[in-house]
Design a protein around this ligand. Structure first.
Ligand code: GLA
Length: 377
């Protein structure tokens, strides 16, 4: 993160005066619990060191100016219209979401940079939204608790940007703490900080960015969500979390919906088991649950692609205790729980396998659970 360009200096160059502050909000990796959030289920993400960094200052009238240092682009607007596209919609959407909820938020200048890879399934958009939200809460003295902030950021993504995502990413970016994963019950909104210290056990979390880009604004994510909603209608329930007898539910569903439901219901169970396994520091069990989660995403939810499947297989063959795709799917990143001594060789093995398969070069890094959104000193 220290490699990021200086947003404060660039703000001064843009606005003619220094920013009122600098805020930061991270991307996330989901350890387990995929496509469960919008089904009222459980997730277990942690924040990564890669983050969006934002310098901001108020203006005396309702004008918003957004500058991206990474894209070398500046956009200024005097109105906020849901459905507007472009990189700045993630910031403008948050202003809109706050105002729409009745909070008194006026104009502002923003200068943004981020080292969360875009389209890698690491929530680059939530990082921008949550940095913007944290900045505006401080600048306009809004007393909004962290979960409500996450929901307002999610509303920006859903209603302004137009991506029908769940709450996980914004909750992770806002509520995660260093050295912990965040257990979130997406229905009751119960949260628990779950210690996640894999290094004490001689392990690492190795992340492989397959460089197969994915997007949530496109159709597949919405299609998965729609099939869950269809299944709920058939079963006469509001949310798939209400399924108590899986076999009975499956017997009542068409084949496609049955597979989607089996993924969601078993994935929820795997999250609860992973929380238990972490409490016992039973990382072998956590690993098995991760690998089972991947198989379920591949076979039942059908959201993996050949690059991520090859990365997972190769990592398992190279000594990982478990490996799975993380995020919305159709590309992006894979994470593996792996003995520290094997991590480098495993990353090399994935690189070789990708070359042999004719895929583009992946990028690997080690992830450590980091802090959520905050103001920098
Ligand atoms: C994306 C969405 C999340 C969640 C995941 C899948 O990251 O933004 O809300 O649904 O996909 O678990």
């Amino acid at each position: 993160m220290s490699e990021l360009p200086d947003v404060a200096d660039n703000f001064t160059a843009l606005a003619g005066e220094p920013p009122e502050g600098v805020w930061v909000a991270p991307g996330r990796i989901n350890l387990i619990g995929e496509h469960t959030d919008y089904n009222g289920g459980y997730v277990l993400p942690f924040a990564i060191p890669q983050a969006a960094r934002l310098a901001a200052g108020r203006r005396d009238r309702d004008v918003w100016r957004f500058r991206s240092l990474d894209l070398q682009s500046t956009v200024e607007q005097e109105s906020l219209t849901p459905g507007t596209h472009g990189w700045h919609s993630y910031l403008a959407g948050v202003v809109w979401s706050l105002r729409e909820a009745g909070h008194s938020v006026g104009g502002a200048d923003f200068v943004l940079t981020s080292d969360v890879p875009i389209g890698a399934g690491l929530s680059s958009s939530a990082a921008i939204e949550c940095a913007t939200l944290t900045a505006l809460c401080d600048l306009y003295h809004l007393d909004i608790d962290p979960m409500q902030r996450a929901r307002l950021a999610q509303r920006a993504e859903n209603a302004y940007v137009g991506a029908p995502t769940g709450l996980m990413d914004q909750a992770a970016s806002t509520l995660c703490t260093a050295d912990h994963a965040l257990f979130l019950d997406c229905h009751t909104l119960e949260v628990r900080q779950v210690p996640l210290d894999v290094r004490a056990a001689g392990l690492e979390i190795l992340v492989v960015d397959t460089k197969t880009p994915h997007s949530h604004v496109d159709g597949e994510y919405a299609a998965r969500r729609a099939s869950c909603e269809r299944a709920c209608r058939i079963l006469g329930i509001d949310l798939l979390r209400e399924v108590t007898d899986l076999d009975a539910a499956l017997a009542r569903l068409p084949e496609l919906e049955a597979r989607r439901v089996r993924h969601v219901v078993t994935e929820n169970q795997r999250v609860l088991e992973a929380v238990d396994a972490l409490a016992d520091a039973d990382f072998a069990r956590v690993g098995r649950l991760m690998t089972a989660s991947h198989a379920s995403m591949r076979d039942d939810y059908e959201i993996t692609v050949p690059t991520v499947d090859l990365a997972v297989e190769t990592l398992l063959g190279a000594g990982a205790l478990g490996a799975r795709m993380t995020g919305g799917g159709f590309g992006g990143c894979v994470l593996a729980l792996i003995p520290a001594a094997d991590a480098e060789a495993a990353a090399t093995a994935v690189q070789r396998a990708f070359t042999a398969a004719g895929f583009g070069a992946p990028v690997s890094f080690l992830a450590h659970p980091s802090a959520g959104a905050r103001r920098l000193a």
